[in-house]
Design a protein around this ligand. Structure first.
Ligand code: BES
Ligand code: MN
Length: 465
């Protein structure tokens, strides 16, 4: 009986997949950038569009959720199967800024298919995830007017800026989010065509730092010599964050980094790795080294802390005059791993920067909302169900992987639900270029992801509620 419903849903998806891909294209057309300094109206518009999509799918109680500050999220549910488990499906509808517009081959908010990929900001991160849920839910609700499990959908509107109001949202609507397991469609596949079930995430601690030495910029010839250059001061501070191998050099930072167990290391060592492919995926130039000391790239990306300077500003290419700048600015992020504490990390970073600041320059450090790391054990029936579903959808054994990125929701919700199992998967692949120019989605992987989701709902429906 259930097998028949599953087959009908899979068949329905095959017959309608291009229509459902069009839903994704419609979402991509909305420039829902959640970053400060960008118009918040499109994020609101996008929340409305997601709400209509969920309604069209056949979800009930669809509503836009607000906390009074920040960007709106969307909720919808279907709970006609008392006795069956309830799944909370999470994704986000906000996106990162577009970066350097001139580097986009086709405009970021004009979804375009090329060579089997769909290009556009948010195509994979994470509107592809939203559209995948919608396609899977619709495939059941249009064919059988029922789902194999109870479903709650939460599509967040400010994941890319650290989900600062998520805690409030969960408190305000506690009853809405109770569930037996959580699915988070916001990570990436291990390789194109090779699904991943993600078992760990790094956290992130971000600050902006401003270094000032003068009350306004001055002529670099007239005044140069006795005056501290804030750009050089900031450069020295930044350079001191890592050693010659590129590893963090902040005092005490790595003290709490958890050692990998022998089994974990064996698992990492057994993962396929081809340096030439890795270099291509990571966009590394031929002459550039892979840094970070000993260990596999997987260990470095998933289980070691890393530091990035996301942006740096002092005058501009266009205005580069012969001056000593009055001020220099940078945004710095540290990815944190088990068992690093976000607040301790923030403290160590602040102390380090202040200590390294030369010549009495004025330093102002502003932290952003941190996100903590997450790591789960992958035994149990829910994970088994997910592995099966991914294998059926992709026709390939999934890799149990870690991820270097961060998703604040995961720790927050699993904690709130008393350690409910969380299934992290996603439609991106290593060529997705999330957060960069020319972000894209491998369409065949999106379709496989949708089929996996259809299987996952069926598999979880077999478990006891
Ligand atoms: N989808 C990503 C995170 C991700 C990427 C997880 C790849 C697993 C694999 C997410 O949208 C993201 O970019 N998050 C931010 C979070 C931050 C603002 C707290 C990140 O990681 O920079
Ligand atoms: Mn994302």
């Amino acid at each position: 009986m259930n097998g028949k419903k599953l087959d009908l849903a899979l068949q329905h998806f095959n017959d309608h997949k291009s229509v459902y891909l069009d839903d994704l294209k419609d979402l991509i057309r909305i420039p829902s950038i959640s970053f400060p300094g960008f118009d918040p109206a499109p994020v609101r518009h996008c929340a409305g569009a997601v709400a209509s999509l969920l309604k069209t799918c056949g979800l009930k109680d669809v509503r836009v959720l607000e906390t009074g500050i920040g960007h709106p999220s969307v909720f919808g549910q279907w709970n006609n199967e008392p006795g069956k488990p309830t799944l909370l499906l999470y994704a986000h509808h906000d996106v990162q800024p577009v970066g350097r517009e001139e580097l986009w081959i086709t405009p970021p908010f004009d979804p375009t298919e090329r060579n089997g990929r769909l290009y556009g900001r948010g195509s994979a991160d994470d509107k592809g995830g939203v559209a995948m849920y919608a396609a899977a839910l619709r495939s059941y609700l249009q064919t059988g007017n029922a789902l194999p499990v109870n479903v709650k959908c939460l599509i967040e509107g400010e994941e890319e800026v650290g989900s600062a109001n998520l805690g409030t949202l969960l408190q305000l609507h506690r009853e809405l989010f109770s569930a037996d397991a959580v699915v988070i469609a916001d990570s990436e596949n291990f390789d194109s065509g090779v699904p991943a079930l993600t078992a760990s995430l790094r956290g992130i601690v971000t600050v902006t730092v401003e270094v000032r030495s003068l009350s306004s910029s001055v002529h670099s010839g007239t005044w140069g010599g006795p005056l501290p250059d804030p750009v050089i001061a900031l450069s020295r501070m930044i350079a001191s964050l890592v050693d010659e191998t590129g590893q963090p050099a902040i005092l005490g930072l790595v003290d709490k980094v958890r050692m990998l167990s022998r089994e974990e290391r064996a698992h990492l060592d057994a993962l396929p790795f081809q340096e030439s492919l890795y270099r291509k995926q990571a966009k590394l130039l031929d002459t550039t080294q892979i840094i970070g000391g000993k260990g596999s790239v997987y260990e470095k990306m998933w289980y070691r802390p890393s530091i990035a300077v996301n942006a740096i500003e002092a005058s501009s290419r266009k205005q580069a005059a012969n001056i000593i700048n009055d001020v220099a600015w940078a945004r710095i992020g540290i990815r944190i791993v088990p068992d690093m504490d976000p607040n301790v990390t923030l403290d160590l970073l602040k102390k380090h920067l202040l200590k390294q600041a030369p010549w009495g320059v004025q330093v102002t450090i502003q932290p952003e909302a941190p996100s903590t790391w997450w790591k789960t054990d992958t035994t149990g029936s829910v994970f088994e169900a997910a592995l099966k579903a991914l294998e059926k959808g992709y026709g390939k054994r999934p890799v149990v992987a870690g991820a270097g990125g961060s998703i604040p929701f995961v720790q927050t919700i699993t904690e709130a639900l008393g350690n409910a199992p969380a299934l992290l998967l996603g439609v991106g692949d290593p060529f997705t270029a999330a957060h960069s120019e020319n972000e894209s989605l491998l369409i065949s992987d999106w379709e496989k992801g949708c089929r996996s989701m259809i299987h996952l709902l069926a598999e979880l429906g077999e478990l006891n509620g």
